[in-house]
Write a protein that binds this ligand. Structure first.
Ligand code: GSH
Length: 245
């Protein structure tokens, strides 16, 4: 199927917050994939992730089918375009790409979340950014309950049980692992732009371009090679995570 024959898609994503045009790395990477594949789509801004089938964003509506989770959306887009999204990736590239995606999604992401939600000095930005539009009478209650839930989630995940110093060291090791690859390679796997670059870049952009900066932003800035990589991938695709001036 050529891109002109692909039915239009609606992408449900969060509104801009924290200086990020697309505050969710999972939403941003789907947008990158859609643009890369030249698939027509509308962005629907949705503040309430509970509207999604699994109470998370992103989800898409494609030909009346609702599909959530960026990974499942990737698979759907690949199928829609006759294999164009994963085209050219060797099994080894695919394996490495999956492993690095798991590193950013299932480890680094939770440290990004911790840097926003657990830091008492930074939490007022979460309060304003995520709950500022609620009526004042319920804003405090909802944000307190949400923060309590987030502490519980981070505790169950495990990273929330570490000290701030240990969390920072974990983050630094995650970023160092990416930098070890990207110092000598243009792309995270193989020698061409791939869908895995969207997954890694969306997470890097979210932590580097976060305004005001968090402790995670400061650690990201220790790795200029990652900043250059994230900028280059965003400019190659033409989709940026930060809010446009
Ligand atoms: N595995 C999912 C993760 C999506 C996700 O965690 N989305 C977050 C925003 S970054 C969300 O909607 N969280 C709302 C919640 O958990 O209540 C994907 O790849 O799409």
């Amino acid at each position: 199927m050529s891109s002109s024959e692909v039915p239009a898609i609606s992408l449900f994503t969060f509104p801009p917050t924290f200086g990020l045009r697309n505050v969710s790395p999972f939403c941003l990477r789907v947008e990158m994939a859609l643009v890369h594949l030249d698939i027509p789509f509308d962005v629907v801004l949705e503040s309430n992730p509970a509207k999604g089938p699994k109470k998370k964003l992103p989800f898409i509506i494609s030909n009346n089918e609702v599909i959530d989770d960026s990974e499942l959306i990737y698979l759907h887009l690949d199928q829609l375009t006759g294999g164009r999204l994963f085209k050219g990736l060797s099994p080894a590239d695919y394996g490495m790409g999956c492993a690095f995606t798991r590193l950013v999604d299932d480890h680094l992401y939770w440290l990004v979340v911790a840097s926003r939600w657990l830091d008492d000095d930074w939490f007022p930005n979460v309060y304003e950014g995520f709950f500022g539009s609620f009526p004042p009478v319920i804003r405090n209650l909802i944000s307190t309950l949400a923060r309590r839930q987030m502490r519980k989630t981070l505790d169950l995940q495990g990273l929330g049980r570490h000290s701030l110093k240990q969390q920072k060291e974990f983050a630094r090791r995650d970023l160092q692992a990416l930098a070890n690859v990207l110092t000598n390679s243009r792309y995270i796997v193989g020698d061409k732009l791939s869908v895995f670059d969207f997954s890694i870049t969306s997470m890097l952009s979210g932590l580097l371009d976060n305004v005001p900066s968090t402790w995670m932003t400061a650690i990201g800035q220790e790795f200029p090679e990652l900043q250059h990589y994230a900028e280059r991938i965003q400019s190659e695709v033409g989709v940026y995570g930060r809010a446009q001036p």
